[in-house]
Ligand binder design. Structure first.
Ligand SMILES: Cc1cc2nc3c(=O)[nH]c(=O)nc-3n(C[C@H](O)[C@H](O)[C@H](O)COP(=O)(O)OP(=O)(O)OC[C@H]3O[C@@H](n4cnc5c(N)ncnc54)[C@H](O)[C@@H]3O)c2cc1C
Length: 414
């Protein structure tokens, strides 16, 4: 059988949800998922460090970039509560953790994928794997769809859910944009987002693997443009961790515009008393080596790096010899440690793609294309990216639900 009512191109988060929504709307329709990988949902297994942060209860308030207006209008129709209701219907129990992030209660991303695949199977959705769609052309009432290996099929409706370019090793590709572009859709340049920030490696190499909870601000041409709090991690080439990754989209865009970009790390809150505290510390531990001056305040290796940056050398000096100027430098560094940004890591290290098919080419009511009738799109292939913390999967579920429901309703209405 190669004539379908609805073909969903891409069996990731949005595609699986779109197929389930289509069958829920019109159980009699023949729905197929065309997936280029050997199995559906490979990327889902890696989400949330294998635990899948499947939504965020604050997602309807904001946290989206690119086509944020369209994203929020879709998410307000299918908010996190509706997504969780649907997952509960599919048999998944969830729990809410810090910052309103939601995870499966069993702590396994595989459980999210399993309930989606079981629902597809039970609803009669056909999963056609190793089907790498390379051509999508209007034919008659619908579309002719061709795979790289020469197989072809037809569908009265096509929903493009082929995701974005992030994490190519687990399925990231630009193929979805190529398909939508071939049908006349404008494409916003794709860039990596939620990725590591690369700094001068010499400034961070000795700190590789250390993490702390604090603040990170993005400074462009000397002006702070965004500040985040949370976990910050030192890597061999720069900085990672949720707080830093949230800054990477704007850091990359500013660098591409030729701006001077820095990250300011806030290891300790100032509160006005820090310099006085450091003075008291110098007097109390006057006999200690300067290498231990900040021990107990921040991680030891970070403390030593800051002492060096404040000009305290050699570190074998006694704390009692630290000058007033050196103390002032240290106090400033603890609240505002500036690191020059050299770049952001590419798609291989990114969690999401910024850019994609311009959302203005799609109806916010249905996610149907304004240029090709019967064509729909959902998920990361569209120019929508969200903050870290469940926002991107929330977008994938909500847009998949809307596109699947709309495509099926358009056939039922006839
Ligand atoms: C490491 C990592 C961790 C993440 N953790 C989280 C998290 O905890 N919470 C969160 O909200 N977000 C997270 N994300 C982001 C989230 O996974 C994505 O935003 C989401 O999966 C996008 O869903 P999608 O359906 O648009 O695309 P995908 O889930 O990427 O699915 C697209 C599918 O389409 C298939 N495909 C592509 N091209 C073709 C073609 N030509 N023919 C047929 N099939 C095709 C792909 O093989 C893939 O299976 C994470 C991302 C990564 C990389």
């Amino acid at each position: 059988m190669n004539a379908w009512d609805i073909a969903v191109i891409g069996g990731g988060a949005s595609g699986l949800m779109a197929a389930i929504a289509a069958k829920k709307e019109a159980p009699g329709l023949r729905v197929a998922i065309l997936e280029r990988g050997e199995r559906c949902g490979r990327k889902l297994l890696s989400t949330g460090n294998g635990r899948c942060n499947l939504t965020n209860l604050r997602a309807a308030e904001g946290g989206y970039h690119g086509g944020a207006d369209l994203a929020l209008s879709v998410i307000r129709r299918f908010p996190p509560e509706a997504v969780l209701g649907e997952f509960a219907r599919l048999g998944l129990r969830t729990e809410v953790e810090d910052e309103r992030r939601v995870y499966p209660l069993c702590g396994q991303a595989a459980a999210v994928l399993d309930v989606l695949r079981l629902a597809c199977l039970e609803a009669g959705v056909e999963e056609i794997c190793s089907f790498d769609v390379v051509k999508l052309v209007p034919r008659g009432e619908g579309f002719a769809i061709s795979a790289r290996d020469g197989r072809t099929l037809t569908a009265r409706r096509a929903i493009v859910c082929a995701g974005g370019m992030a994490a190519p090793k687990i399925g990231g590709t630009d193929a979805g944009c190529a398909l939508l572009g071939s049908l006349g859709h404008a494409l916003v340049p794709r860039r990596p987002a939620l990725t590591q920030i690369e700094t001068d490696p010499m400034a961070v190499r000795a700190l590789k693997g250390l993490r702390f909870s604090g603040g990170a601000a993005l400074i462009v041409d000397g002006r702070p443009v965004r500040e985040e709090r949370g976990e910050i991690l030192f890597s061999d080439a720069g900085l990672s961790g949720i707080a830093v990754m949230q800054l990477s989209r704007e850091a990359g865009d500013a660098l591409r515009r030729g701006r001077r970009v820095e990250v300011s790390l806030r290891l300790l809150p100032d509160g006005g008393s820090l310099l006085g505290d450091l003075r008291a510390r110098r007097d109390r531990f006057a006999q200690r080596e300067a290498a231990e001056f900040l021990t107990g305040l921040v991680a030891k290796r970070i403390g030593q790096q800051l002492c060096k940056a404040a000009g305290i050398a050699p570190l074998s000096r006694a704390c009692g010899t630290i000058s007033e100027e050196e103390l002032r430098q240290l106090s400033a560094l603890l609240c505002d440690w500036r690191l020059q940004v050299r770049g952001v890591r590419g798609f291989d290290g990114a969690q999401v793609t910024a850019g994609g098919a311009d959302t203005r080419g799609f109806s916010p009511e249905t996610l149907e294309s304004k240029t090709a009738r019967g064509l729909y799109a959902a998920g990361e292939v569209l120019d929508v990216d969200g903050d870290c913390g469940g926002y991107n999967l929330q977008w994938a579920w909500a847009s998949g639900m809307l596109a699947g429901h709309s495509a099926a309703a358009s056939l039922r209405a006839r």
